[in-house]
Design a binder for this molecule. Structure first.
Ligand SMILES: Cc1cc2nc3c(=O)[nH]c(=O)nc-3n(C[C@H](O)[C@H](O)[C@H](O)COP(=O)(O)OP(=O)(O)OC[C@H]3O[C@@H](n4cnc5c(N)ncnc54)[C@H](O)[C@@H]3O)c2cc1C
Length: 386
C-alpha cells in the first residue's frame, strides 16, 4: 500500500482534502496534472466571493460557516491572509430568490442580517443603480477569498504535515475490495481510499459512476472605475455584492489589486466543454456582451469595457447542487465536486468532509442533498445563484 488515502485533483476541493487529511495525521498522496494554483481548471482568477449565508439552503450555509473557521485556521497556521471580510451586500426585490432565499436560511440558522430600504441603499451605496421597491440585505460575514493563494497554502500546510504530491495526470482510478489503484503513466499507486476531486475532469475519471456532471464555459472579467470615481470602489466603500437587476444576477468585488473591479454574472448556461484540457484562456467579445450591459446599466461609475478577462469552467449537475459523498457501489471512493459556479467559498469544508469520509466512512455534516447516487434513477431541475 502506498498510502492510507490518495487525493486525485488538487484544485479547490482536492487541495483542502489533502491538507485536512494530512492534518489528521494520516498518510496521504495527492495527484495533480497542472501544478499548484494553475489557471486551467475552475479555481483561478485571484478572487472569489465568500458568503456565510447562501440562498441555496442550510446545508450549503453550514459548509460555508465551517469553511470560514477553516480558512482562519489556515491563516493562523501559515501566516498568510486569504479571506477578507468586506461584508456582503445583496440587492433585489423582497420576494426575489436571492433575498427570500437569504432570509429563509438566516431564519433557519440564526445568522444576523441587516436590512436596508431603497433610499438607504442609494445613500450608503451610490455605486449601484437601484429601482423602485428594491431592498438590500447585508451579511457581515462575507467578503472575498484569494483562490490561488489559498490552494498554494493548503499544499504547503499539507506537505508540512507529511503529505506527498505527485506531479502527474491520473489515467485511471480502479476501485477494488480492499483498496483503490491509481494509474499514472509512470506507475500504479495503491491506496486504502481515494478522494476524487477532479473538477471538470471528474466524469472522465469516474465513468462507472451514475454522476451527472457537465463542464460549461464561464468567463472572468474586470472593470476600471471612471476617472475620479476610484474611491467608490475600494474594499471599505464597495462590499462584495450580488444584485438581481436587468434580468440578470450580477455579482462583484472591490478593487484590491491591479486587476481592478471584478464583476460577473451567475450564468450557468455557457456552452458545454467536451475536453476540459482544451478550454480557451482567451475570451471573445460576444462572451462579454451580457456582463458589459449589466455594468453599463447598474454600475455607471465603471467603464463598461473590461480591462482584463479570462476563460474558466464551471461543472454543473442537473439540480445545480454539489456532489459530496461515498457512492453506494464503491465504498473505497469519496467523490468531491463542489462547483456549480459557487463552491470555492466552501471548499475548505468540502475538503474537510472529504477527509472525514475517507478516514472514518462518515461525516457529521448533512450531506443528504449532495449524494453522488442521487442521479442513479432520475434527474430534477431548480434555479440557483452564487
Ligand atoms: C468564473 C467563475 C467564477 C466563480 N466565482 C465564484 C465565487 O465568487 N465564489 C465561489 O465560492 N465560487 C465561485 N466559483 C466556483 C469555484 O471557483 C469552484 O466551485 C471551485 O473552484 C471548483 O473547485 P474544484 O476543486 O471542484 O475544481 P478545480 O479547482 O478545477 O480542481 C480540479 C483539479 O483536478 C485536476 N485534475 C483533473 N483531472 C486530473 C487527472 N486526471 N490527474 C491529475 N489531476 C487532475 C485539475 O488539474 C484541477 O487542478 C466560480 C467559478 C468560476 C468558473
Amino acid at each position: 500500500m502506498d498510502a492510507q488515502v490518495g487525493v486525485i485533483g488538487l484544485g479547490a476541493a482536492g487541495s483542502a482534502a489533502l491538507w485536512r487529511t494530512a492534518a489528521r495525521g494520516a498518510e496521504v498522496i495527492g495527484f495533480e496534472q497542472f501544478g499548484s494554483g494553475h489557471d486551467r481548471g475552475s479555481s483561478h482568477g485571484y478572487s472569489r466571493v465568500f458568503k456565510s449565508v447562501t440562498p441555496q439552503g442550510p446545508q450549503e450555509s453550514a459548509l460555508a460557516q465551517r469553511a470560514a473557521g477553516l480558512w482562519r485556521e489556515l491563516e493562523e497556521e501559515s501566516g498568510e491572509s486569504v479571506l477578507h471580510m468586506t461584508g456582503g451586500l445583496s440587492i433585489g426585490k423582497p420576494d426575489s430568490p436571492l433575498i427570500a432565499g437569504l432570509e429563509k436560511v438566516a431564519a433557519e440558522t440564526g445568522l444576523p442580517l441587516e436590512y436596508l430600504d431603497e433610499d438607504e441603499v442609494r445613500r450608503r451605496f451610490p455605486q449601484h443603480v437601484v429601482t423602485a421597491g428594491d431592498i438590500a440585505v447585508i451579511d457581515p460575514a462575507s467578503g472575498y477569498i484569494q483562490p490561488e493563494l489559498a490552494i498554494r497554502t493548503e499544499w504547503k500546510l499539507a506537505q508540512a504535515h507529511g503529505a506527498r504530491v505527485v506531479d502527474a495526470a491520473v489515467l485511471e482510478v480502479i476501485p477494488q475490495d480492499e483498496s483503490v489503484l491509481i494509474v499514472t503513466a509512470e506507475r500504479t499507486y495503491e491506496v486504502g481510499t481515494a478522494i476524487v476531486a477532479a473538477g471538470a475532469w471528474q466524469r472522465q475519471l469516474l465513468p462507472f459512476l451514475p454522476l451527472e456532471l457537465t463542464p460549461r464555459r464561464a468567463t472572468l472579467s474586470w472593470f476600471a472605475p471612471k476617472p475620479g470615481k476610484e474611491a467608490l470602489f475600494t474594499p471599505e466603500a464597495f462590499p462584495a455584492f450580488t444584485h438581481e437587476a436587468v434580468g440578470e444576477t450580477g455579482w462583484g468585488l472591490p478593487e484590491f489589486d491591479e486587476f481592478r473591479v471584478k464583476i460577473g454574472l451567475d450564468f450557468t448556461e455557457g456552452y458545454e466543454i467536451v475536453d476540459p484540457s482544451a478550454n480557451r484562456k482567451e475570451v471573445e467579445d460576444w462572451e462579454l456582451a451580457r456582463v458589459r450591459a449589466f455594468v453599463a446599466e447598474t454600475l455607471p461609475d465603471l467603464d463598461p469595457v473590461p480591462v482584463h478577462s479570462g476563460g474558466c469552467m464551471i461543472t454543473m449537475t442537473p439540480d445545480e447542487e454539489f456532489t459530496i459523498g461515498i457512492p453506494a457501489e464503491h465504498p473505497r471512493l469519496v467523490v468531491l465536486s463542489a462547483c456549480s459556479g459557487r463552491g470555492f467559498k466552501m471548499s475548505a469544508a468540502v475538503g474537510d468532509v472529504g477527509a472525514e469520509l475517507a478516514l472514518t466512512g462518515t461525516s457529521e455534516a448533512d450531506l443528504s442533498i449532495f449524494s453522488p447516487d442521487r442521479f442513479a434513477n432520475e434527474t430534477i431541475s431548480i434555479g440557483a445563484t452564487k
